[in-house]
Design a protein around this ligand. Structure first.
Ligand SMILES: *Cc1c(COP(=O)(O)O)cnc(C)c1O
Length: 223
């Protein structure tokens, strides 16, 4: 069930903040997505390749699909023809595979690097040193990497009620983003996205530099 009133409010609030709302529709039926689409929502986020592929096939072609989950290299080929933004690149190998599949489809695919900012061991992502290392490989092979574009960072805060902790985790990501934008060749107009914040913490994310939020349960109800 879609919460239309919440969408209206969120849509206005995020537009005023200059942030992009990604409606996270994983596990929800295509009919729910169509309902939000009809209100004007265009960015949708999915976590499972199979599910994304079948929804993409049956829903309007101008939906901008975000792949927000952990992506296995051997599955990139299924979403490469249409995916709008891959949020969770966490290795150079994955980046290379996305580049390869994008080239096969004569596309440039936009991606974010996933930064590990939470305490939990279970959350994927790279720390600052890992990202510097990935950038070194990327720089060295830049000529062969023309089909991917690194557009920013993505992160998930710890699952906690401690607002101060969430705030400092998002701030860490934003500070590193600023550092990369200022000091590396990524300092290009398109290196601009900080995808942080979900239903429970998006206010904090907006206050800490986030300009893309991924919101599921607030819009579609609990999974
Ligand atoms: C499911 C999911 C979300 C949305 O979470 P909600 O709490 O339902 O808003 C955001 N980001 C990622 C990576 C997710 O897997």
């Amino acid at each position: 069930m879609v919460n239309r009133a919440v969408w209206e409010t969120l849509h206005k609030e995020l537009a005023a903040a200059g942030a992009t709302l990604v409606a996270v529709s994983k596990t929800k039926p295509a009919s729910d997505i169509k309902e939000l689409y009809d209100l004007g929502q265009r960015h949708f986020g999915e976590n499972y390749v199979q599910e994304l592929v079948s929804k993409q096939a049956e829903l309007p072609a101008d939906i901008q699909w975000h792949y927000i989950g952990h992506l296995q290299s051997n599955k990139v080929k299924y979403i490469a023809p249409f995916v709008h933004l891959v949020h969770a690149v966490d290795s150079f190998g994955l980046l290379k595979e996305i580049n390869k599949q994008a080239a096969k489809n004569s596309r440039v695919i936009d991606v974010l690097l996933q930064m590990h900012i939470a305490d939990e061991e279970t959350k994927f992502g790279m720390d600052e040193a890992d990202i510097f290392e990935l950038m070194e490989y990327y720089t060295a092979q830049k000529e062969d990497m023309q089909n991917v574009r690194i557009c920013g960072l993505m992160g998930m805060a710890s699952n906690t009620d401690d607002e101060q902790k969430i705030r400092s985790e998002f701030a860490r990501l934003n500070n590193f983003f600023i550092h990369l934008a200022e000091t590396s060749f990524l300092g290009k107009p398109y290196f601009a996205i900080r995808s942080i914040g979900m239903s429970s913490d998006y206010h904090i994310a907006l206050a800490e530099g986030g300009n893309m939020v991924r919101i599921g349960s607030m819009l579609f109800g609990n999974r």
